[in-house]
Design a protein around this ligand. Structure first.
Ligand SMILES: [Zn+2]
Ligand SMILES: [Zn+2]
Length: 151
């Protein structure tokens, strides 16, 4: 992991430990290993992928993976995406907020984009609705450059 990635991972671990304590749950080393897998990945990964990678390190059931992922999501340290009907695709959330996604309907490629206007839209909605936005989901679908050149 790069330095900033390590920082984000440590921050997420800190938040998780705090959250677990509040909920009266136990902190286990498997929670750390699962979270590390998600923070280590540069991509958007599904449960199957997480399950396979974690099982290379420790033996763990899919149910345990599901339970932990749900916990991470409630804690706000990971983000769940639903791309093109494929639900439950996850990514790290600390140090990774305020980006949107473009998904190609043809090759299913996911492209991330960062645009300051995403942040500005949020700020303006917070003001007009007098609310506090915690998560946003900017998803655009279409045909990517490569696919549009194929035909
Ligand atoms: Zn494409
Ligand atoms: Zn993303």
């Amino acid at each position: 992991m790069t330095d900033s990635k390590v920082n984000h991972f440590n921050k997420s671990l800190e938040l998780l430990q705090q959250y677990i304590k509040e909920k009266g749950l136990r902190y286990t080393s498997e929670r750390k290993i699962i979270l590390e897998e998600i923070y280590n990945s540069d991509q958007h990964i599904d449960v199957e992928h997480i399950y396979q990678s974690v099982n290379k390190k420790i033996s763990i059931s899919k149910a345990t993976i599901y339970n932990n992922i749900e916990l991470f999501e409630q804690c706000g340290i990971i983000r769940k995406n639903n791309f093109l009907g494929k639900s439950n695709i996850y990514e790290r959330n600390i140090g990774n907020q305020n980006h949107g996604h473009f998904v190609c309907k043809s090759c299913q490629k996911i492209i991330e984009f960062c645009d300051i206007r995403v942040y500005l839209i949020q700020k303006s909605i917070e003001k007009s609705l007098n609310c506090q936005i915690e998560n946003s989901d900017f998803l655009f679908q279409g045909i990517c450059q490569e696919c549009s050149q194929k035909d």
